[in-house]
Design a protein around this ligand. Structure first.
Ligand SMILES: Cc1ncc(COP(=O)(O)O)c(C=O)c1O
Length: 450
């Protein structure tokens, strides 16, 4: 017999510590206990049916009812529920997955390393970048350039890589090895009348100055999401990455593309690097790799980086990095099936097709007096909610998120920025339903703060 909703709420408050939650406010709030999923919908323990316009955390790209993924998990669990990758051990599914991933990877990436989460993948990429430079004879190349508003995870180094100072309260000292470049938010440019190209040029010049003033011999890598997700769906302006990459190439700084959100179709191409013409040296993925049906992530690397580490181990012995769950056979089986579904159902083409309708509807939200800077690409979008009342007590983003939840729509507020990233399988009818619930919620929010 299942536990009644009210009792689950009580037990959740009593025993569970939540992630990214205002812990003191939560004591007065109810838990949203999700019981099951159905396509792009989530159903809570009280039977309410929410349209999930966030794919939970940008991750359930194939929605919540993909029985092929459940079957792949069951089959693998029944055959080999676990095996590891230390000391050359391997398993069939992970080998097949590695091959598939390299076949579809952006040009030049020829090996793949597995981990369990986006944070682990990014931390691994940093270690690989450091090791590469060290064994190439440049051990002083240690600094990592990240960007304000970027998000790269929640482990200690990844927290600091994220250009979101509100997250730093829970880590200790500064990390002198991390430098922050400017966010590519063209719509919030401080220079009036600048074209997109001029803006990109200015940011590339600034980056070059940063590298030079730090000492180019000390800079190891630049890490960037092709489209910033958590930071507010910030789509880079024209020529931004080409110009940035030209600067990095001049100073031997590696490009780490964090595709934890963009990878596997979100921007309308298999990878955001393709959409924005990025040629990464290292590339990280997670979330959409298994449509979040299992925690699995990966780092793709160029052969030159891999070969440097191969050569290094002739002096150092074992390459001492990896995780218990690197290359987990169940995760690999699910990821492999996810890739098959993406391919067979033409999910990437679907995103670029319905993405146009979605973006068009998002841009129309400017008709509301409280909505500004609508933007997006593929099936990710963002906009700012501007409270017209000069009342600093009103947190318009949170207010809209709460109202939307009452209207059975899950969206996410990051300050006064709202972000949306529905499952990639969303249909046009469901997009219309999403927009209907969103408009209703904006209207209600405007009346609340009028
Ligand atoms: C771009 C990006 N990188 C890394 C991460 C961290 O992934 P995880 O939470 O799996 O560690 C996230 C999570 O949202 C992300 O959006």
């Amino acid at each position: 017999m299942s536990t009644p909703a009210i009792e689950l709420d009580r037990l959740d408050h009593r025993y569970h510590m939540h992630s990214f939650t205002h812990l003191s406010e939560f004591e007065q709030q109810r838990s949203v206990v999700i019981e099951r999923g159905d396509g792009v919908f989530l159903i809570d323990a009280a039977g309410n049916r929410y349209l999930d316009a966030m794919s939970s955390l940008w991750c359930t790209t194939l929605g919540y009812s993909e029985t092929r993924l459940a079957d792949a998990a069951y089959e693998q669990l029944s055959k080999l529920p676990y095996s590891h990758t230390f000391r050359g051990r391997s398993n069939e599914k992970l080998i097949q997955l590695a091959q598939r991933l390299i076949e579809i990877a952006p040009e030049g990436l020829s090996k793949v390393f597995f981990a369990g989460s986006g944070s682990e993948a990014n931390e691994s990429a940093i270690k690989l970048a450091w090791s590469y430079h060290k064994f190439k004879g440049y051990p002083e190349k240690r600094k990592i350039i990240s960007r304000s508003n970027g998000y790269h995870g929640s482990t200690i180094f990844a927290t600091r890589l994220s250009g979101m100072p509100q997250m730093y309260e829970y880590t200790s000292a500064d990390f002198p090895e991390i430098i922050y470049a400017k966010s590519p938010g063209y719509f919030s440019s401080e220079v009036q009348g600048e074209s997109e190209d001029e803006f990109s040029e200015r940011l590339a010049d600034d980056l070059e100055q940063q590298i030079l003033s730090e000492g180019s011999n000390t800079v190891a890598a630049f890490i960037a999401e092709p489209v910033m997700g958590v930071g507010g769906v910030i789509v880079p302006p024209k020529s931004y990455f080409e110009k940035i990459q030209a600067v990095l190439n001049r100073y031997g700084v590696l490009f780490i593309a964090d595709e934890v959100v963009c990878g596997f179709g979100r921007t309308g191409n298999m990878f955001g690097s393709t959409t924005f013409n990025i040629k990464p040296d290292l590339l990280t993925v997670a979330k959409g790799l298994s449509s979040a049906y299992f925690p699995i992530s990966a780092v793709f690397l160029k052969s030159e980086i891999y070969q440097t580490l191969v050569d290094a181990t002739t002096q150092t012995g074992v390459f001492s990095h990896g995780f218990t769950y690197s290359g987990h056979p169940v995760g690999a089986a699910i990821a492999l099936e996810t890739l098959s579904i993406i391919e067979e159902r033409g999910i990437v083409d679907h995103v670029s097709r319905v993405g146009e309708i979605f973006q068009c509807e998002i841009h129309k939200l400017r008709e509301f007096e409280s909505i500004e800077n609508t933007r997006g690409i593929g099936l990710m979008a963002g906009f700012e909610v501007i409270p017209k009342r000069s009342d600093s007590e009103v947190h318009a983003g949170n207010l809209l998120m709460d109202i939307a939840e009452r209207n059975r729509l899950f969206i996410r507020a990051v300050g006064n920025t709202i972000v949306l990233a529905p499952p990639l399988i969303i249909s046009v009818d469901e997009i219309n339903e999403l927009i209907k619930r969103l408009k209703l919620s904006i209207d209600e929010m405007q009346r609340t703060i009028a």
